[in-house]
Design a protein around this ligand. Structure first.
Ligand SMILES: C[S@@+](CC[C@H](N)C(=O)[O-])C[C@H]1O[C@@H](n2cnc3c(N)ncnc32)[C@H](O)[C@@H]1O
Length: 270
């Protein structure tokens, strides 16, 4: 059988190793190996200005893990739509959810060919549950919902995960529109989880991000805490609301949370 990841015109063949990519740099900061010299160089140039990005990347993965644990463990959520998945890492959404509830169903969405090439690692589901991968752009919510409906039943509560992806949508109103169109398709009792790099907390972070954005890489737009909070308009924020990610329901044995420039929250659709 032809491997879709390596066939002519396939994801692996479309991988551009001449410019840094968000998923690969993120993987580098998380300590992964799925990146190229160009990503390492861009990642190192960034940390030379702002070493705190590594803590931001790792803290936001920990935030995601606590979100999924809460959703599966305390809210009985069994369906997850994770858009802007990134390269497989430790504790991907399905692993966290299926550890708690093996019947959980997860759809991952990303538009990076490298993520597509590695998607197989995201597809090792429990037999009771299901995982699927959709190669799509977040700017096409209707297409994503249509493709995901093969795995997820959108008449049942579903958690929508948007972790460090909305900053890739340059226009704030467009980002809000994408979130609204996605959440509109979900029933009452569904949840929205968002976390994103925040502006107005750390000027050195903003300086590093501005330099990165002008380097030829796909830019990432930091948003103010008010802007991040507004993604949850019309929804009921779970305590403690939108906070710096280490402050969101820290585990009992966690070190004292620090305020870092990455904010997130979780909210229920009434
Ligand atoms: C910074 S990484 C975040 C990965 C993961 N969600 C996390 O928080 O650890 C951003 C991800 O969004 C993906 N992405 C960027 N623009 C996208 C778009 N327009 N549509 C779909 N995915 C996109 C990138 O390929 C990358 O995997």
């Amino acid at each position: 059988m032809t491997d879709p990841a390596t066939a002519p015109g396939s994801a692996r063949q479309k991988i551009d190793t001449s410019v840094p990519h968000s998923a690969r740099i993120w993987n580098y900061w998380l300590g992964g190996k799925d990146n190229y010299p160009v990503d390492e160089e861009a990642g190192d140039a960034y940390t030379a200005v702002f070493p705190g990005i590594v803590a931001i990347a790792r803290s936001s993965r920990a935030f995601l893990r606590r979100n999924i644990t809460y959703l599966a463990g305390e809210q009985g959520i069994r369906q997850f739509l994770d858009i802007g998945t990134g390269l497989p890492t430790a504790d991907n959404t399905h692993q966290v959810a299926q550890r708690i509830a093996p019947e959980s169903r997860i759809v991952y969405v990303d538009n990076d060919p490298m993520v597509l090439a590695h998607a197989r690692a995201l597809l090792y589901s429990t037999p009771e549950g299901a995982t699927a991968y959709v190669d799509a752009n977040v700017l096409e919510p209707e297409r994503i919902l249509e493709a995901a409906s093969g795995t997820l039943d959108f008449s049942r509560p579903t958690a929508l995960i948007l972790s460090n992806i909305l900053g890739h949508i340059a226009d704030f109103d467009e980002a809000r529109s994408v979130v609204e169109r996605l959440t509109a398709a979900l029933p009452s009792g569904s949840f929205l989880s968002v976390n994103d790099g925040s502006r107005g907390i750390d000027p050195v972070f903003e300086q590093a991000q501005d330099a990165y954005n002008s380097s030829g890489a796909v830019p990432y737009n930091l948003r103010t805490v008010e802007q991040i909070t507004s993604f949850f308009d019309g929804l009921e924020l779970v305590e403690p609301g939108v906070v710096s990610v280490q402050q969101w329901r820290p585990e009992a044995d966690a070190p004292e949370p620090e305020i870092i420039a990455e904010h997130g929250g979780l909210a229920r659709k009434p």
